[in-house]
Design a binder for this molecule. Structure first.
Ligand SMILES: [Fe+2]
Length: 535
């Protein structure tokens, strides 16, 4: 890799020692050189790549993290703040620099750097890179959003997530890196999985093609190391370098199936020993800090202890409004002790909360007089009606929060929100469905469409169809696709229609899987129906 060979100022050549003594030496010289940008690294510090995100008409967020030894505590960095310069150019060769500046990589944030670039031109690609001392990062490509009021010819985006590191290679990310002209990649979450490393031969969930380092993540150091391990993957780095991301999170960034203040271990059902909310709050604070540190998101998402504001809205001219939602932090605990099956008496509770009252009101306000042709809810869990085997429902999804879903659907209909489109993931299968005004009533009118992206790796190779899939399709007549392979979705919207391609991979337990198309669906603007095929 050119970047790792790009060079290294070896302190031992200067008579300094490697290891702890070398770090001490670096710590000693760094503060004195804050302004000079000549600090020495024993190895190349940009091992975790670069990223851009949250595009606006005049800029975007740029991200990197200094970590010369990414899989060691503190990433091999001394506990001092260091300057990192950044450049944004119109060309890959950086002949036409459009913006530049210096940011500070602070030890409090694991030497992550977040730059909110502004003042750029709308709707065009830019190239960026970072420099610290004599070291230079790889070049990334970002893209600004269209100007407010502009009507771009098209919007292209990917929906992806659920990337259990042990379950497969990140081939999906290699293919996403190669997708042409994306405006953004919506990452719905499960960017990391919190589970401990599974040693060879140990039984467990899913295949094991590589191993998490360490135990189940609980502390800030644990989560940082887990993100670093995932982010050392070259395919994931390539995708980040190629396109701006809209990052979100689901449950595994913290703990499986957490809900609001409740840990998965909530003292009910399968988890009789509870983790008290005030203790779980400490874990959430650590998890959110590490998420912020590793994602190209704005300073508004810096957590305040166990609280984080990750829901936000981005407009792409008059073509699309993207509402990135948080379906974990403000929801009620899952009903029925989170046991999938027949709904218990708790399910129809009239005050059920999935988004929480504040986010729900914010979302509906954004659905009122929206200037956009397509109003996208970029979120985590299936909103569609999805009856499982035996006719039961999944307690972690919108199906188990029917009153909350009904308020949202009624709200969109009342506001005549144009073309609502729901994006989701979480269930590790690809699904496409319409959502009816009253989802439990098969006779009511369809009011939205939903595309559920399958996992990038989670649960391994999979299959196009499974007995569970056949059963699901039989029970849910509005569902037009079920596919249990790994992959992602690519959507392209114009003023007239939106087409979504379900990309799948024949395998992920080996490297090099080709990109395949499982299905393509088109929605005509103004109609709530999924037509098979593109164009
Ligand atoms: Fe997942």
């Amino acid at each position: 890799m050119d970047s790792t060979t790009r060079h290294i100022l070896d302190l031992s050549r200067r008579g300094l020692l490697r290891g702890a003594a070398g770090l001490a030496a670096l710590a000693a010289i760094a503060p004195a050189r804050q302004a000079g940008a000549q600090q020495a690294f024993r190895t190349w510090p940009f091992t975790l790549g670069v990223a851009s995100g949250d595009p606006a008409p005049d800029g975007f967020v740029l991200w990197t993290r200094l970590a010369p030894e990414p899989l060691t505590p503190d990433g091999g960095m001394p506990r001092v703040a260091l300057p990192v310069t950044w450049e944004v150019a119109e060309d890959r060769g950086f002949a036409r620099v459009a913006a530049s500046g210096t940011a500070i990589a602070r030890p409090e944030l694991a030497h992550a750097v977040h730059v909110e670039v502004a003042g750029l031109n709308a709707a065009r690609p830019y190239f960026y890179r970072f420099r610290s001392g004599t070291e230079v990062s790889r070049v990334g490509r970002a893209r600004t959003a269209p100007a407010p009021g502009a009507t771009p010819a098209r919007l292209r985006f990917v929906t992806a997530g659920c990337q259990h590191f042990e379950h497969g290679h990140f081939t999906a990310w290699a293919h996403i890196a190669e997708e042409a002209d994306l405006d953004f990649v919506f990452h719905y979450g499960d960017y990391i999985y919190e589970y401990r490393g599974r040693v060879p031969g140990q039984p467990g969930w899913g295949p094991r093609v590589r191993q998490h380092i360490g135990e189940e993540t609980i502390s800030l150091a644990d989560y940082r190391l887990r993100y670093a391990q995932y982010r050392t993957d070259p395919d994931l780095q390539a995708a980040h370098a190629a396109h701006p991301f809209l990052p979100s999170y689901d449950d595994h960034e913290v703990d499986n199936n957490w809900a609001g203040p409740h840990s998965e271990e909530d003292g009910r059902g399968r988890h009789p020993v509870a983790v008290p909310p005030e203790v779980f709050a400490l874990r959430k604070a650590a998890a959110f800090q590490a998420w912020y540190e590793h994602m190209p998101v704005r300073a508004a998402a810096i957590p305040r202890g166990p609280d984080i504001t990750a829901y936000r809205r981005m407009d792409f001219g008059t073509l699309a409004r993207v509402n990135v939602l948080d379906t974990r932090q403000f929801r009620d605990d899952q009903p029925c002790s989170d046991r999938n099956g027949q709904p218990c008496a708790e399910v129809p509770r009239p005050d059920a909360q999935m988004l929480g009252t504040t986010q729900e009101a914010w979302l509906l306000a954004g659905m009122t007089d929206s200037p956009a042709r397509w109003n996208i809810m970029a979120q985590q869990i299936p909103m569609m009606r999805r009856l499982l085997r035996g006719g039961g429902i999944a307690m972690d999804k919108w199906d188990a929060y029917p009153a909350a879903r009904q308020r949202l659907l009624d709200g969109m209909v009342d506001r005549r929100t144009p073309n609502p489109v729901v994006l989701s993931g979480d269930v590790h299968v690809a699904l496409a469905s319409t959502i009816r005004r009253r989802p439990e009533d098969a006779e009511s009118t369809a009011v939205a469409v939903e595309f559920t992206a399958t996992s990038a790796t989670s649960e391994g190779d999979g299959a196009d169809m499974t007995p569970a899939g056949e059963d699901t399709l039989r029970r849910n007549p509005d569902m037009v696709l079920y596919n249990a392979r790994r992959g992602y979705c690519v959507s392209e919207a114009t003023a007239a229609q939106m087409t979504t391609e379900f990309v799948t991979l024949p395998f992920v337990t080996r490297e090099g899987a080709p990109r395949m198309t499982a299905a393509t669906f088109t929605i005509e603007a103004g109609q709530v129906a999924l037509r098979t095929g593109g164009g």
